[in-house]
Design a protein around this ligand. Structure first.
Ligand code: FES
Ligand SMILES: [Fe+2]
Length: 356
């Protein structure tokens, strides 16, 4: 194992920005109901709402009249109505109505920012960058990552929300460093990771580890391993983790796939959605059953890994927040790094942040 020091980058990586020209995840689909939802993505307050047809829209969360938050208001028809004086705004962010407008007065020509937004695979994806680029060009990296397993009948999903008081770089490093299995004594899914290969591209780092997995989902009852640790048997499995800017994806053998979809809130706050999929691919008999039954199985087992996932998140968040605090208390103090994958992801994060 090559030893590298990241001390030269240490001063800046905890303060870098994000590349805004990517799709970020700002909410789960189920969080956006009839009431407008206020979210913050890299210091930008944004209001998300559904119109009368259920379509999602995203506007700057600021009423141009008196600068209060539009997210305190409500949706009226297809327009967003401010709570204070009832001015209404359309999906383009233009003022569409003022309830007390006199006959001789014109509508104010105020305009707030609208964000490209889409609902895909159970989540709300938002593009905070320059949308003229997005509309004028059609680069594949400008598409949202997506979660194809979300609606797939062979995958059972569990979702956990990560809310931590730390710069996003700490979370990404935690997710890419499989040597931290040590932390998860009770919830450990893998052990004995060995980094075998790293592949770097302009917007992704793929790290390939070999590890021992605690789970083997080859019989239908083996899903109970998620609840009963005594049923687990260690066996070797490939463990792949990828930072696909700005999100993260991992597979452990054929049985598990995990996504972490990021919403960096500001320099010291990060929100993210962790989605764990247990695969039913091994059960070919199940695949012959009617689709309605398979959907019933998928829906009934939704959240079956909740305890495991929430347990992992609590332990990771505690470490990540302590790292952030230690940095704030002693920014000049230097750490040590032995995992080459972390040097690669730090390089990627810095390069992406500089491009914005
Ligand atoms: S502050 Fe929004 S309508 Fe007056
Ligand atoms: Fe962890």
């Amino acid at each position: 194992m090559q030893s590298s020091s990241i001390t030269t980058q240490h001063q800046n990586i905890r303060q870098i920005g994000i590349n805004l020209n990517y799709w970020y995840v700002v909410a789960r689909s189920t969080e956006v109901k009839t009431q407008p939802l206020s979210v913050v993505l890299w210091n930008q307050p944004i209001v998300i709402y559904r119109d009368s047809t259920g379509k999602i829209h995203a506007l700057e969360d600021r009423c141009p009249h008196r600068q209060v938050k539009l997210s305190h208001g409500k949706v009226t028809g297809d327009e967003l109505e401010c709570a204070y004086h009832g001015w209404r705004f359309n999906e383009a962010g233009e003022c569409a109505a003022v309830p007390y407008l006199a006959a001789n007065q014109k509508l104010p020509t105020c305009q707030i920012r609208r964000y490209p937004v889409q609902e895909l695979d159970g989540f709300i994806w938002l593009f905070p960058g320059d949308s003229t680029d997005l509309e004028a060009q059609n680069f594949s990296f400008l598409k949202p990552l997506g979660v194809p397993e979300w609606d797939h009948l062979n995958y059972i999903a569990t979702v956990s929300v990560i809310q931590c008081n730390a710069h996003y770089s700490y979370l990404i490093e935690n997710l890419m460093d499989m040597y931290h299995g040590h932390l998860h004594q009770d919830w450990q899914a893998w052990t004995d990771a060995v980094l075998e290969d790293i592949h770097e591209e302009v917007n992704r780092v793929d790290a390939h580890y070999q590890a021992q997995s605690y789970y083997k989902i080859d019989k239908i009852w083996s899903i109970s391993q998620l609840f009963f640790p005594a049923l687990r048997r260690l066996h070797p499995e490939p463990l792949d983790v990828s930072y696909i800017y700005p999100h993260w994806v991992s597979t452990l053998g054929k049985d598990f796939k995990i996504y972490c979809l990021l919403c960096p809130v500001n320099e010291t706050t990060t929100r993210a959605y962790l989605i764990h999929f247990t695969s039913l691919n091994a059960f070919w008999r199940l695949h012959k059953l009617p689709v309605a039954f398979r959907r019933f199985v998928k829906n009934s087992l939704f959240g079956s890994a909740q305890k495991l996932l929430d347990g992992l998140v609590v332990e990771d968040v505690q470490m990540i927040e302590e790292e952030q605090q230690a940095y704030l208390n002693n920014p000049e103090r230097r750490g040590y790094e032995l995992n080459r994958a972390l040097v690669s992801v730090q390089r990627l994060m810095k390069n992406q942040a500089e491009q914005d």
